[in-house]
Design a binder for this molecule. Structure first.
Ligand code: R2B
Ligand code: URA
Length: 294
């Protein structure tokens, strides 16, 4: 099959570089044989924390019948953690779009330099739900920014640049199809809002400052619900727009930790956090297994 991924990224300046130092990964494109170490990568999974990505890597070893010591390949750079399990990379991205965008730029360049064939990028995360039971897994269709627009906005050279924030239809359809009848949780397709702030940006009343009231918050949250938004997190617009712009297939699957129509504090659930956090990992495991025809 011919790879869909373009050989050249939409950045002609990269062609003039003799070597590219992926600074936050601590990897040099010239001194590391990227094709040898990463050429077989088919999936790049990203999630907020190092611990969760380690758990994902361990879980994927089980799912794929692989073993061996899991080594953080980016430990020396002291920023993100990166584990490799057969054809899957598991990387932590931190909180929010600035942090994830740095990782994403460097991971995309890494898979391009390594000549990976048509890799799929997934974000496996946590979120706040809107009118759905805590613990529901939301597969994202379209991502909305803090202005309730289906786009990602970025300041470049002092100008406002907006790009569509769309996930790949084939990926979200296949992710959704990974739900199983006897799952203890529901999996739904919905739109996701990504904000640049956990407190005021997500309409919370419990930040260190707040100048809106309960009624204004509820009006805002109901408006989001009317846009088909079922969960709120902090990365989806950047992630979907960057991958869509390049033509990389990407998807996002998140568990909800709170129902924002019922409150702001992430303490409502009597289901342990580890059980909730395992759910999107399970979905990712099933997706990868199916894609590999295992
Ligand atoms: C979900 O959880 C984090 C904030 O607590 C953030 O990274 C996100 O998107
Ligand atoms: N992550 C978020 O960004 N918001 C929530 O409400 C919960 C997790």
């Amino acid at each position: 099959m011919t790879p869909r991924l373009p050989i050249h990224l939409p950045n002609q300046h990269l062609e003039k570089l003799d070597s590219d130092f992926l600074y936050h990964l601590g990897i040099n494109s010239k001194t590391t044989n990227l094709e040898k170490y990463f050429g077989d990568v088919k999936f790049v999974c990203m999630g907020g924390t190092k611990t969760r990505m380690f758990e994902l890597a361990k879980y994927l070893q089980k799912v794929l019948g692989l073993n061996g010591e899991l080594v953080d390949l980016c430990e020396k750079a002291h920023r993100y953690a990166l584990y490799k399990v057969g054809p899957v990379l598991c990387a932590s991205h931190g909180i929010g779009m600035p942090s994830m965008s740095i990782l994403l730029h460097e991971m995309i360049k890494l898979v391009i330099y390594a000549k990976c064939k048509d890799p799929i990028f997934l974000r496996i995360g946590t979120s706040g739900g809107l009118g759905i039971p805590i613990g529901t897994v939301v597969v994202t269709k379209d991502a909305y920014n803090g202005y309730i627009r289906n786009e990602h906005e970025l300041a470049i050279l002092g100008e406002r640049v907006c790009r569509p924030a769309k996930f790949n239809e084939e990926v979200y359809t296949n992710l959704l199809a990974c739900a199983e009848e006897d799952d203890e949780f529901a999996t739904i397709l919905g739109n996701t809002m990504a904000t640049d702030d956990f407190y005021e940006g997500q309409g919370r009343l419990d930040g260190a400052i707040c100048s809106h009231n309960e009624e204004q918050k509820m009006t805002f949250l109901r408006k989001l619900h009317d846009h088909g938004i079922r969960n709120i997190e902090m990365e989806a617009t950047m992630f979907s727009s960057l991958t869509h712009h390049i033509g990389i297939k990407a998807g996002e699957v998140c568990v909800t930790l709170v129902d924002r129509l019922k409150g702001d504090q992430v303490t409502q659930s009597n289901i342990p956090k580890e059980v909730l956090e395992q759910r999107p990992l399970t979905m990712a495991g099933r997706f990868i297994k199916k894609q590999l025809n295992l």
